[in-house]
Design a protein around this ligand. Structure first.
Ligand code: XIL
Length: 687
């Protein structure tokens, strides 16, 4: 195949550039046309559009961090009260399905809803909520079996103890039985205690007609009806450990546990005023838990929803091992029974309120990682790595570096350019100050072999536990090595493709197929490459098939020849659903520089980030050279990554880029241009 016979991958393109006119330029020192002075001058890249980040960011946050998802990281649920009548509201349903891992029927399982007339049970709306929970694999809290409120008049007016006992037991049995296996925890008895200093039971019909024993009776009946459901006592104003009501409930639970009355949990409604939970809230939760019951925050809402008050409530639950979950009493403020106090986590339009962020971070969510900025500034070192010729390797330049940090060392692979063509070199060193002293291992001495090899990319494949070196040989090739420290461990080159994909042949013109780059997400591996003719190509295979199966090659991006020339890098941005594309362009000054784009899908289209000469990713006009402006080209190189694996993940902040530069006065034979490797460090990083 022809490309293998080429001495240098760029020689052909340079010859063709010369052929269109540069030959006429005299070879004079200051005006020496190096390979970067093509004629005619390339068209300036088009103006950037505003980077599309906000929608992607929202999707990203939702994916990576929700109330339910975050609570689950500590084995807890985060639930909400649900109204059956609102399930058809798409904003409501979207938030419900995305954020919550437990639901409580706000009213639909109460006595007035389920047994409005004696023996006439009605379960339509309650069933709809139960089905919603089952469909979304959300837990279902049953609320509530015995309560003085929302109690039909026919029950409240019963005077006869036997009748009321029969009615109560029948209600508990019938309702608990209907949701057997579906309800995770039942609020068996709700709000049985009085407020105020006395701490006695409230004079409900149950208390008055059946006496104080009705609570125990209710728990025993519920256990018989659904032995697997957790049985809770639920109340409000029981959050402050010093309150008489809290102490009365505590004594009852302690007594139940002592006597073997079936109780498994205590619910704290936690309908708070603007000040949020009392300072001793944790003591309360922990003290109840110490009796051998689970505790749960069952109806959380806080007047005006101060973020700190929500954070405190959440943290209190997290601080108690047996606090198994938190339920907010509704989704949006407009759904709240305390609508005038705006006490919930989402506003009336379904937007997350500051209290939401506070609750989420109290649950342990990391702040969404910062994204990439829309412009970049750098400072450059001087040349750090240059050729170390030996008798067999009369190397004139080191080029196209790839780099990983592994085992406390940087491992750099680069192209070596010499009169006899291109091959590869490997070196490692502890830090950049040592880079110049590192031993150069020429890889033509290994199974990688002699002949045209250039533009390496190195990464570790975590599934296969192998290092991959991807490079060009005319075809796209790779070698593998179990140990990156061992230069002799690389396997002989293999091709990714049987031959150049058809679409590249058709679009490459007089360019070259160069700079292969592999990056994988969780499902697929993608291979990008350039053609020195304005096209970025993308092929794909599955993660399982990699390195085999690359196909479906498409043009992933295109521009004019010099605006999208070669040396493309594609990275995943750490902590974000964002990918970064860098492509080397040739500027209006004939010098190399990098443009950048982002996308939220590797198979998607790319939006400009810093992609013009005026606002480049990296160009001489956004780089300072404290030790002297030794190069005007910021050419082929690689970002220092955050990890070494096939995801090619880079940080969003404090970027570093290893690049090739050259003395601006140099000229002459393209293959003998004195490229050296140097490091850019991002300045003014915004995070
Ligand atoms: C409230 C509901 O949110 C309202 O829609 C309804 O009108 C009245 O009840 N303690 C409880 C909950 O145990 O059932 C109550 O729910 C709020 C106070």
């Amino acid at each position: 195949m022809k490309p293998l016979k080429r001495l240098g991958r760029r020689r052909a393109s340079i010859l063709s550039l010369l052929a269109v006119g540069a030959l006429a330029i005299p070879v004079a020192a200051s005006a020496v046309p190096d390979d970067t002075v093509p004629a005619p001058a390339p068209k300036a890249p088009r103006a950037p559009q505003a980077p599309k980040t906000s929608a992607a960011d929202a999707a990203d946050a939702a994916q990576e961090s929700t109330l339910g998802g975050q609570a689950a990281t500590s084995g807890r649920y985060f639930g909400t009260a649900v109204a059956a009548g609102r399930l058809g509201d798409s904003t409501y349903a979207t938030i419900l399905n995305r954020e919550f891992t437990s639901v409580t029927a706000e009213n639909e399982m109460k006595w007035d809803a389920t047994e409005p007339a004696r023996g006439a049970f009605a379960f339509g709306p309650a069933d709809r909520i139960a089905s919603q929970a089952a469909a979304r694999k959300q837990r279902l809290r049953g609320h509530t079996l015995v309560w003085h409120s929302q109690l039909p008049a026919w029950v409240a007016s019963i005077k006869d103890a036997n009748t009321l006992r029969g009615v109560m037991n029948n209600h508990i049995s019938t309702v608990a039985n209907r949701y057997k296996g579906k309800v995770y925890a039942w609020d068996v008895v709700n709000e049985a205690f009085e407020d105020g200093p006395g701490g006695q039971l409230r004079p409900s019909v149950f208390q008055k007609v059946l006496g104080n024993g009705f609570i125990e009776q209710a728990f025993r009946t519920a256990r018989a009806a659904d032995p697997k459901a957790k049985l809770c006592y639920n109340d409000y104003n029981t959050d402050d450990w010093t309150h008489a009501k809290t102490q009365s409930v505590y004594r009852m639970v302690r007594d139940f546990k002592k006597r073997g009355v079936p109780i498994d949990c205590v619910g704290f409604q936690s309908h708070f005023g603007a000040e949020g939970p009392p300072a001793n809230y944790r003591t309360t939760l922990a003290s109840f838990a110490a009796l051998g019951v689970d505790v749960q925050i069952t109806e959380l809402d806080i007047a005006q929803a101060a973020p700190t008050a929500y954070a405190e409530s959440v943290k209190a639950c997290l601080s108690v091992a047996r606090c198994t979950g938190i339920t907010a009493w509704g989704i949006r403020d407009s759904d709240s029974w305390r609508v005038k106090e705006s006490p919930l986590l989402f506003d009336g339009r379904g937007k997350q309120k500051p209290a939401y962020q506070a609750a989420l971070s109290a649950l342990g969510a990391k702040k969404p990682a910062a994204g990439l900025p829309a412009s970049f500034r750098w400072t450059s070192s001087g040349p750090l790595i240059g050729p170390k010729p030996d008798a067999a390797h009369k190397v004139a330049a080191l080029k196209d570096p790839t780099v990983v940090r592994h085992d406390g060392k940087y491992h750099v692979f680069a192209s070596t350019a010499s009169k006899s063509g291109y091959n590869l070199v490997y070196l490692n060193f502890k830090d950049w100050s040592q880079a110049g002293k590192a031993t150069h291992h020429y890889l033509d001495r290994t199974a990688i072999g002699t002949g045209y090899r250039a533009a390496p990319q190195v990464f570790y494949n975590t599934q296969q536990r192998l290092w991959y070196l991807v490079y060009q040989t005319g075809n796209a090739s790779y070698s593998t090595n179990p140990d990156i420290n061992d230069p002799s461990g690389w396997s002989a080159p293999r091709h990714f493709y049987p031959s150049m994909p058809e679409i590249i042949k058709q679009n490459m013109g007089k360019g070259n197929w160069v700079d292969m780059w592999v990056i994988c997400d969780t499902a697929n591996c993608y291979q990008f490459s350039s053609d020195d003719n304005g096209h970025l190509y993308r092929s794909q295979t599955t993660v399982g098939q990699f390195p085999k199966g690359f196909g479906s090659t498409v043009i992933a991006a295109k521009d004019s020849k010099f605006a999208m020339f070669e040396a493309s890098n594609v990275y995943k941005v750490q902590g974000r659903n964002q990918y970064l594309l860098l492509v080397e362009a040739i500027g209006s000054d004939g010098r190399r520089y990098f443009r950048s784009w982002t996308t939220n899908s590797l198979a998607g289209s790319w939006s400009p980030l810093a992609a013009t000469e005026g606002n480049p990713f990296a160009r001489s006009n956004n780089v300072t050279f404290p030790a002297g402006a030794w190069t005007k080209d910021i050419s082929h190189g690689e970002l220092i990554r955050a990890s070494n694996d096939q995801t090619l993940t880079v940080p969003a902040c404090n970027l570093e880029y290893l690049y090739q530069g050259q003395d601006p006065k140099a000229g002459g034979d393209y293959d003998l241009l004195p490229w050296r490797l140097s490091l850019l460090k991002q300045t003014h990083s915004t995070c």
